[in-house]
Design a binder for this molecule. Structure first.
Ligand code: SF4
Length: 71
């Protein structure tokens, strides 16, 4: 979502009322998440779900199931 189309956008201050960041590119989103944390990124950002997926910790028990049995 573009900030200008969002009800949380303050046109006078030209910024987000929630002080969130809305990066356009994937590399920007990764940098922001690494520096400020995932919570700094807007919930409506196009890259947020992918970032959450990349940071999801897979339990060891599931990792073991993904590994094919050795022959
Ligand atoms: S960062 Fe997100 S919540 Fe804030 S104005 Fe932009 S789209 Fe809206």
């Amino acid at each position: 979502m573009h900030c200008q189309d969002c009800p949380r956008y303050d046109p006078e201050a030209q910024s987000c009322r929630d002080e969130k960041l809305n990066p356009l590119r994937w590399d920007q989103a990764v940098d922001i998440a690494n520096i400020f944390g995932l919570r700094a990124i807007c919930m409506f950002n196009d890259h947020r779900e992918r970032l959450v997926d990349t940071r999801r910790v897979v339990p060891l028990s599931r990792q073991a199931r993904k590994t094919p049995p050795s022959s």
